[in-house]
Ligand binder design. Structure first.
Ligand code: HAM
Length: 429
C-alpha cells in the first residue's frame, strides 16, 4: 500500500480483536470513578497553542519538541493536546465552575498527541484516562487518588507488578530556594555533566535530576536534596499523605529524583511504575499543581490529579495474562435460518427475544448460506448456542436449540417460550 494510505507512524488502529480488552479496562475505571464520586468532562482535542505553552512550561520536552502544532485557516496557532490537565483547567475557568471555591472532582478519557520516538508503550497518538480535583488542598485528597488507583490495580489483578514512587516538590518558594542550591552545586561540576544536562542547567535545572546519563548521575549523588529545602507546610502535607497511605497499607518508595516532565507541579508528585513493559514503565502519573489555575488567570485554586496511559495498562493486562475470559466472547446466541420463510420468521423472532432480553448478545445470520456454512459461522462467532430454523421447525413453530460449547443435546423450544429459556441458560452481561 502506498505510504500516504497508511496510518501515521506511532498512531495505531485499535482492531476489533483488541477493543474488548480496551472496553473492559475503560469500563472498570469508569465504574470505579463513578463510585468515588468523580464526574466526567469532555474537552476538545485541539486548543490554542498558547494554553499548553503557559501551563506545561516553555522549556519542557513536550512544548519544545513534541507538540503537533499548526496554523488553522484563520492564522491561529493550534495544537493537538499533548495532555489533559491544561485543557481541563481552561474548561473549569471558562465555565466558572471552580471560581467560588466549589470542589470539582473531574475525569476525562481520550487521545493525546506527542511527537515522541515511537516504541513499545510509547506512541504519538496515545490514550489517557485522567482526573483532576479542584479546591481541595489537604493531603487527604492526594491520598484518595492514590488509594483509588491501588484499588484499580487490585481489580485488574496487576497490583504485584506496580510500584508507587513518591516525592514532594514543595511550594514554588521552597522549590525556588532548592533550585538555586542545585544550580550552584551543578555549576561547580559543569564539566562533568552531559550535554543535555548542561543545557537543562540553564533552562530547567530540576530536570537534570531526571537524567539517564551515568556520569551526571554520579555527580548528583552528593547534590543538595529537595527534602532538605521543603518548607514546613509542604513537609506537613507530605507527612499527611504518607500517614494515610500507611493507614491503608499501600507501599511506596520515596524517590527524591522524581520531578516529572511538566512544570506545573508543586508539593506531591507520584508515579506508578512497572518493570513488565521494558523502557516505558510509567503506567500512571500525576501530582499537585496548586499554582496552575492562578497562573492561567483564575483565582488561587488548589488542584491535584493524575493520568494513566491506556495502551500501557492494556499491554500489562496482556503481558500478565490478566484478561477475564468472558470479555473474549462477544456473541451469546447465533440464529441460523434456512430458506426465505424461515429467514423472515427468524428476524421477527429475534426482535421479540431482544425486546424481552435487551442485554442478550444475539446475532442473526446474514448472507443466507447452506446448513454447513451457517453452522460454521455460528461456531466461529464464539456463541454458546445456535438457534436453528428450517422447514420442520417452521411447521411446528419451534426453534432448534443447540449447545455449541460442551454437553447437551439439541432440543426444540416453542417460539413463545424461547426468551424465557434463553434467560435461564445465558448469563447476561
Ligand atoms: P504524563 O506523565 O505526561 O502526565 O502522562 C501520564 C501517563 O500517560 C504516563 O504515565 C503514561 O502512562 C502515559 N503516556 C504519556 N506519554 C505517552 C506516550 N507517548 N505513549 C503512551 N503513553 C504515554 C500527564 O499527562 C499529566 N497531565 C498527568 C496529570 C494529571 N497530572 C495532574 N493531573
Amino acid at each position: 500500500m502506498s505510504k500516504s494510505l497508511q496510518a501515521i507512524r506511532g498512531m495505531n488502529d485499535i482492531l476489533p480483536e483488541q477493543t474488548p480488552l480496551w472496553r473492559y479496562f475503560e469500563g472498570t475505571v469508569a465504574r470505579l470513578l463513578d463510585n468515588y464520586g468523580y464526574k466526567q468532562i469532555r474537552m476538545p482535542i485541539v486548543e490554542f497553542t498558547e494554553l499548553f505553552k503557559r501551563s506545561i512550561g516553555e522549556v519542557t520536552d513536550i512544548v519544545e519538541k513534541e507538540m503537533y502544532t499548526f496554523e488553522d485557516r484563520n492564522g491561529d496557532s493550534l495544537t493537538l493536546r499533548p495532555e489533559g490537565t491544561a485543557a481541563c483547567v481552561r474548561a473549569v475557568l471558562e465555565h466558572g465552575i471552580t471560581g467560588g471555591g466549589q470542589v470539582q472532582k473531574l475525569w476525562y478519557i481520550g487521545p493525546m498527541f506527542r511527537h515522541e520516538r515511537p516504541q513499545k508503550g510509547r506512541y504519538r497518538q496515545f490514550h489517557q484516562i485522567g482526573l483532576e480535583v479542584f479546591n481541595l488542598d489537604g493531603p487527604d485528597i492526594d491520598a484518595e487518588l492514590i488509594i483509588m488507583t491501588w484499588r484499580l490495580w487490585g481489580e485488574l489483578g496487576i497490583r504485584d507488578a506496580v510500584k508507587l514512587e513518591l516525592n514532594s516538590l514543595g511550594t514554588s518558594e521552597s522549590r525556588g530556594r532548592y533550585r538555586e542550591a542545585l544550580v550552584e552545586y551543578l555549576s561547580a561540576h559543569h564539566d562533568k555533566l552531559d550535554e543535555d544536562s548542561q543545557r537543562r542547567l540553564k533552562t530547567n535545572p530540576l530536570r537534570v535530576l531526571d537524567t539517564k546519563n551515568a556520569d551526571t548521575q554520579a555527580v548528583l549523588v552528593d547534590a543538595p536534596k529537595m527534602a532538605d529545602y521543603l518548607d514546613d507546610e509542604s513537609r506537613a502535607h507530605f507527612e499527611g499523605l504518607k500517614a494515610r497511605l500507611d493507614a491503608v497499607g499501600i507501599p511506596y518508595v520515596l524517590n527524591p529524583k522524581l520531578v516529572r516532565g511538566l512544570d506545573y507541579y508543586s508539593k506531591t508528585v507520584f508515579e506508578w511504575v512497572t518493570d513488565k513493559l521494558g523502557a516505558q514503565g510509567t503506567v500512571c502519573a500525576g501530582g499537585r499543581y496548586d499554582g496552575l489555575v492562578e497562573q492561567m488567570g483564575g483565582k488561587p485554586t488548589p488542584g491535584v490529579g493524575f493520568a494513566m496511559g491506556i495502551e500501557r495498562l492494556v499491554l500489562m493486562l496482556e503481558t500478565l495474562e490478566q484478561i477475564p475470559e468472558e470479555i473474549s466472547r462477544q456473541v451469546d446466541v447465533y440464529l441460523c435460518a434456512f430458506g426465505e420463510a424461515a429467514e423472515l420468521a427468524g428476524l421477527a423472532l429475534a426482535e421479540r427475544v431482544r425486546d424481552q432480553l435487551p442485554n442478550l448478545r444475539l446475532q442473526v445470520n446474514a448472507g443466507a448460506g447452506s446448513f454447513k456454512s451457517q453452522f460454521k459461522k455460528a461456531d466461529k462467532s464464539g456463541a454458546l448456542y445456535a438457534l436453528i430454523l428450517g422447514d420442520d421447525e417452521m411447521a411446528q413453530q419451534v426453534v432448534g436449540f443447540k449447545p455449541l460449547r460442551g454437553q447437551g443435546e439439541q432440543q426444540s423450544i416453542a417460539w413463545d417460550a424461547l426468551a424465557a429459556h434463553l434467560a435461564t441458560c445465558v448469563v447476561q452481561g
